[in-house]
Write a new protein. Structure first.
Ligand code: HDE
Length: 722
């Protein structure tokens, strides 16, 4: 063949050379397409029967989508190739700016169903009729990482719900943590700059374990309540399905007479709370960076629809006046013991998106979207957010008509005089595009003082100035309450997380400054962290208000609010050739009965042959299925199978990690050589259960309901003082 840069000596030769070069062959869809030979001998498919004809965006049918229009066999491309130019032009513009925060997210459709009427406190239509369903779209997210970052970052999770009510969209844009880092929205850009990768080096991605974040935090005492939550296991949830959601701010509910009741919104997962360990999170990020989105997709696709209850804390001005903290301060929560959470509805996610970009990426939540009967409080963060969300959508979605995108459009009638702008899809029709007008019935929509949105008529007066109210000054008391509300293992994890994060901070003075705040929260915690970092205990940071003792609240612990059973959890069953067929069958039955799921893991993806000769397909090859992907694991091996897998590093990690992460482990007696090689045979405890026959299966699956055998980990604390 002539070298590519050699000019052809004759037309014939130049025509032959490219034909000899191998060509890519398109995937075979031969069931639905007729195949034909392209000019260059390649195979591609043409439309036939029900298969539509490929067109340009202008609708012109396309005859050849494999080759650009060119002059001569090896000559230049022709500018008139409108199909090529349109295709490339469109591709070049596929990306839109990612969200400045919460860039990585995953959404699903579902419905909200009212189970208890709130008609006595609000006129909001969505809260009137028990049993009525309202369509919703929910987007879960991490905050700091970019769109392509991993799911198991230590981070707050967004829990944004768009409810398409009959009186317009209501966007409850919440998080999985009920408080926030800052008290004034003017600090938000600083907080996010500090948390994101450092601007000169652009790392670390999706993690707060770096100097800038902790520098900012250590200079921002108001953040320490949130820091306790962010360093707890709340920030590494096992699944979106197993986390709570919170509206965070105090909102108002308004009745038909304009009377106001304060409200805080809570989403409580039906399957209980569950998180992973940090060591697991690190490994999940490598094994399956899409762990959370895959989990949500799989659950919905299999008909196991995730569900939350909507709870409300209702309180009046009287409570607000006597509460120890300001109900407008988003760094504080109202303990459920003081104002109980009443369950008023349920949220079910029952439909995955048809298209990620069209729905999950283009959805635009705006805190200002509230229907009549729901109103804002003066929480400064909420007020700031009401500006920011609308503003950011214009940049992200390219213009003011983002409500024309189907995912953002209300599902109730709309009528207004707003018109034009980029990408206007549905301009108002008719002659009048203003009001008041005198065109009578043809003059378009009119305001309605009865059904229309009315703001709470709140008397307000004061001096215009920049200040932080005195009532926001206690930064540590609720941080301490959170810490003392945790079980010992959860307290250990908070200490571990702080030591881990601060160990990545290079400047010792920043580490020390963080510990000086912990001194105002809890002595043991401060001592553990200082010891873990090898620091002398610093003096306590100067506090604007002394820490007061608040009673522990059981609602704040994950472990105390775990699942009622093992439903919705996943077991990894590692099989070898010759594994006991009876045990496997019993296990599958028991897992199904528990409404849990399982995946078969095998030395080869082709699967295994069981003791009775039956073949079982594997979902995963062991190398791609570390035990961190499962809630509990079982190893059913034959003697020969165990001898084989005992030598394999991935198999050893499988059991060693499951043990280290305090998981329940079931195993056939033949599998013991694997535990020996993994170095844990002598440590096996009552969370490691031998399954000698199918009779042992039920006991194992029931034990798994506890999720973890935490005693294993409580025996070791590298950071605490001996
Ligand atoms: Fe957000 N936040 N935020 N935030 N936030 C955004 O809006 C902002 C805050 C939350 O899945 C942005 O559309 C300010 C608290 C979620 O699309 C932006 C302040 C809470 C999502 C913005 C806060 C949240 C966002 C970026 C301090 C929990 C993702 C993209 C005053 C109650 C929504 C966007 C989705 C997104 C601003 C604080 C939750 C820039 C200024 C508190 C779940 O507008």
């Amino acid at each position: 063949m002539a070298p590519r840069n050699t000019p052809p000596s004759s037309g014939k030769k130049s025509a032959e050379s490219p034909k000899k070069a191998p060509r890519a062959v398109a995937p075979d869809f031969s069931d639905s397409y007729d195949e034909t030979q392209g000019e260059g001998g390649e195979t591609h498919q043409i439309a036939s029967g029900d298969v539509p004809t490929l067109t340009t965006q202008q609708g012109a049918p396309v005859a050849d989508d494999q080759n650009t229009l060119r002059i001569g066999d090896r000559g230049p491309a022709a500018l008139e190739d409108f199909h090529f130019r349109e295709k490339i032009f469109h591709f070049d513009h596929e990306r839109i700016p990612e969200r400045v925060v919460h860039a990585r997210g995953y959404g699903a459709h579902g419905f909200f169903e009212l189970t208890k009427s709130l008609s006595d406190v609000t006129r909001a239509d969505i809260f009137q009729r028990v049993g009525e369903r309202t369509p919703v779209f929910v987007r879960f997210s991490t905050v700091a990482g970019s769109k392509g970052s991993f799911d198991l970052a230590r981070d707050v999770r967004g829990f944004a719900v768009k409810l398409y009510t009959r009186e317009g969209n209501w966007d409850l844009v919440g998080n999985n943590i009920p408080v926030f880092f800052i008290q004034d929205p003017i600090k938000f850009p600083d907080l996010i700059h500090a948390a994101k990768p450092e601007p000169d080096r652009m790392f670390p991605q999706a993690q707060t374990a770096h100097d800038n974040f902790w520098d900012f935090i250590s200079l921002t005492p108001e953040s320490f309540h949130m820091i306790m939550w962010a360093m707890s296991d709340r920030a590494i949830p096992r699944s979106f399905r197993f986390m709570e959601g919170f509206g965070v701010h105090s909102f108002r509910l308004l009745d038909a007479d304009g009377r106001s009741t304060f409200v805080k919104f809570h989403w409580k997962p039906k399957l209980g709370l569950q998180s992973v360990l940090w060591n697991e999170a690190v490994k999940i990020n490598g094994a399956d960076p899409d762990f959370h989105r895959r989990d949500l997709w799989d659950a919905i696709s299999s008909g196991d629809f995730p569900e939350w209850e909507l709870g409300v804390q209702l309180f009046d001005e009287g409570f607000a006046d006597q509460f120890a903290f300001d109900v407008l301060d988003s760094t504080k929560l109202i303990p459920e013991e003081e104002v109980p959470v009443q369950i008023v509805g349920r949220l079910v996610l029952d439909r995955t998106v048809d298209n990620f970009f069209a729905e999950t990426e283009q959805v635009a939540f705006c805190t200002q979207n509230v229907p009549p009967g729901i109103d804002f409080s003066n929480d400064p963060l909420l007020q700031g957010r009401n500006f920011s969300y609308l503003d950011t959508q214009i940049k992200r979605l390219g213009g003011p008509n983002f409500t024309h995108i189907p995912i953002n459009a209300p599902k109730c009638p709309m009528a207004h005089f707003q018109q034009d702008g980029h990408m206007a899809m549905r301009n108002p029709v008719g002659r009048a595009n203003y009001e008041p007008n005198s065109w009578g019935a043809e003059g378009g929509p009119r305001e309605n003082p009865v059904t229309g949105f009315r703001s709470f008529e709140e008397p307000v007066e004061g001096t215009k100035r920049r200040l932080r109210p005195e009532s926001f000054a206690d930064h540590y008391s609720q941080a301490r309450q959170f810490f003392i509300s945790q079980t010992p293992i959860e307290q250990k994890h908070i200490g571990d997380a702080l030591v881990f994060e601060l160990s990545k901070v290079e400047r010792p003075d920043i580490r020390s400054r963080v510990v000086s705040h912990l001194m105002n929260i809890h002595d043991d915690l401060a001592d553990t962290v200082a010891n873990g970092l090898g620091l002398p205990l610093p003096d306590a940071a100067t506090a604007a208000r002394p820490t007061i003792h608040l009673e522990p609240s059981a609602a704040l612990s994950i472990v105390r609010n775990g699942p009622p059973d093992f439903g919705g959890r996943k077991v990894g069953i590692y099989l070898t050739d010759g594994a006991d067929a009876g045990v496997f069958a019993a296990l599958v039955k028991a897992i199904d009965k528990e409404k849990a799921v399982y995946e078969v893991i095998a030395p080869k993806i082709g699967g295994v042959t069981l003791s009775d000769g039956a073949k079982v397909a594997a979902k995963q090859k062991i190398d791609g299925a570390p035990s961190v992907l499962f809630d509990a694991v079982v190893i059913i091996a034959s003697a020969d199978g165990a001898a084989l897998i005992a030598k394999d590093a991935a198999s050893q990690d499988f059991v060693r990690d499951a043990f280290g992460h305090c998981k329940f482990i079931g195993y056939s007696p033949e599998a013991m050589p694997l535990f020996v090689k993994a170095g844990i045979a002598d440590d096996l405890d009552d969370g490691c259960m031998e399954i000698g026959s199918s009779n042992d299966v039920a006991g194992f699956v029931t034990a798994c309901r506890a999720l973890r055998n935490w005693n294993r980990e409580l025996k070791v604390d590298m950071d605490a003082r001996a």
